[in-house]
Design a protein around this ligand. Structure first.
Ligand code: FES
Length: 121
C-alpha cells in the first residue's frame, strides 16, 4: 500500500538475510535512489550516495554488501559502512556516514516513511 505517509518498498522475505536491495522512489517532484539492507529481522535504509564522492555505492543492482556481508561496501573505493547506522569504519571517508531514511516493517512489508531523508518522518 502506498499513501501519503508511507511507500511500499518490498516484502521482507524478498531480502536475503543478510542482504540488500536498491530502489528508486518518487517523492513529490524528486526521484531518490535508495537502498535497504537486512540483518535478521531488522532493515535499515540509506540514500545510495557515498559520502566520499557522492556516487552510488552498488556495482551491480541490489549488491551493496561486502563479500562477508558484515558491512555495506562502496563499489568505487571500497569504503565499509556499518549496516545499523551507516557509519564508515574503513576507507577514504572513515567517520562519515550514509544518509539514513526512515523505514517501517509491518506485516512482512518494508515501507519508506514520509519525511526528509535522515529525519524521522
Ligand atoms: S566513492 Fe565511495 S569510497 Fe570513494
Amino acid at each position: 500500500m502506498n499513501d501519503n505517509s508511507r511507500y511500499l518498498l518490498c516484502r521482507l522475505d524478498e531480502l536475503a538475510d543478510p542482504g540488500s536491495k536498491g530502489n528508486m522512489v518518487t517523492r513529490g517532484d524528486a526521484v531518490q535512489n535508495i537502498f535497504v539492507v537486512r540483518r535478521n529481522d531488522r532493515v535499515y535504509g540509506y540514500i545510495n550516495s557515498c559520502p566520499h564522492t557522492g556516487g552510488p555505492l552498488d556495482w551491480v543492482p541490489d549488491q551493496f554488501l561486502s563479500l562477508d556481508k558484515r558491512h555495506i561496501q562502496c563499489a568505487t573505493h571500497a569504503a565499509l559502512f556499518r549496516l545499523d547506522d551507516g557509519v564508515c569504519v574503513a576507507g577514504p571517508c572513515a567517520g562519515d556516514r550514509l544518509t539514513a531514511i526512515p523505514l517501517q516493517v509491518e506485516s512482512g512489508n518494508v515501507y519508506l516513511l514520509a519525511g526528509r531523508p535522515g529525519h524521522e518522518g
